[in-house]
Design a protein around this ligand. Structure first.
Ligand SMILES: [Zn+2]
Length: 55
C-alpha cells in the first residue's frame, strides 16, 4: 500500500481492522484504514485533531 502523500510504502497488517490508524514511516502522515466489502483496503487521511485536553 502506497502513501497517498509521498508514495512511500506503508505496511498494512493483514488483520488490520476498519478504522485503525497507520502512520507512514516516510512522511509521518496518519491514515485511517477503510475496508470495504471486507477485502479492499483503502487509506483515508486521518483527522489530526491533535491532543484535546478539554480545556
Ligand atoms: Zn508518506
Amino acid at each position: 500500500m502506497n502513501c497517498p502523500e509521498c508514495d512511500g510504502n506503508i505496511k498494512i497488517p493483514d488483520d488490520a481492522s476498519n478504522g485503525e490508524i497507520v502512520s507512514c514511516p516516510d512522511c509521518g502522515a496518519d491514515f485511517e484504514i477503510s475496508k470495504s466489502n471486507g477485502s479492499k483496503v483503502e487509506l483515508k487521511q486521518a483527522e489530526t485533531v491533535g491532543e484535546d485536553w478539554g480545556e
